[in-house]
Design a protein around this ligand. Sequence first.
Ligand code: C5P
Length: 287
Amino acid sequence: SWILSVYHDSFPPQNTSLCGCDKCLKEYDPWFSELMNASPEPFLAMKSNISQDTFTWWKGIQFEKRSFSYYNTTVERIFQVFPPSPDFAESSPDHCRTCAVVGNFGNLNGSRYGPLIDFHDIVIRMNHGRTKGFEKDVGTKTTHHVMYPQSSTNLDNTTHLVLFPFKISDLQWLLKSLTQGIIIQHKSDTYTVVILSPAFMKYVHFVWLKNKGHYPSTGFLTLILSMHMCDEVSVFGFGADRAGNWNHYYEILKNQRLRTGNHHGNLEYELIQELYQRQKISFFRGW
Ligand code: C5P
């Protein structure tokens, strides 16, 4: 059966024994802790209703016309079909949860990062990011795949689906796809689907990006999310080509004026660099 994950997290204000890695993300850094502590629960859960304010912001990102109560009814329906699953592993002094966040930047080509990426416990890929034919550079393992309907790809039964809903029809798509077995040919009995909360998107937009850009990119949302799931985060495949375009490793860029779409690519990149300089993440540039 399909199950949805409930998720709990917290950022302690000071150093206790936080995780089993040499260095834990949750180690106190005032700049970082302030940003992280402002986070709501990242994933939608049975009881996590969003506020009218959050809905109003979320409605604007892809021009949703339908009402707040329609949204609430849709979320309720999802949880009627898919009961919540056990939590993701929480941080503990006994183990070290490592994450590789793999963006789709073209300079993964020739990087030979494959084995390094696969070495992480959790490997998160996104949208059309694929491994077939690119194994040497991007690896083979995908424990989590972030997508929305327009960027969806088939997943195998070792990969969790992480839905980023940008409008109500994205939630309806999930219901339809899972009940009809469209996206995932799953052979296992249990499978976890998680849905990013609109409240988390709003948090990343206002708290991290200070309301700049139309809304955060899939990759930036995923990176901030990974810092809630892991004790150590390695970032691959983020950056832009010389002309400032978000090109992809798996295709030749056709639209030379793509830039970073309606996302504030520069600001997102600066924040990623700041996280790297503060040794919160490892950042792999490609060549
Ligand atoms: O293009 P797409 O949205 O599928 O890529 C996933 C994410 O990877 C983007 O949202 C962006 O954050 C990141 N990316 C990047 N540089 C690129 C391509 C993608 O930073 N050249």
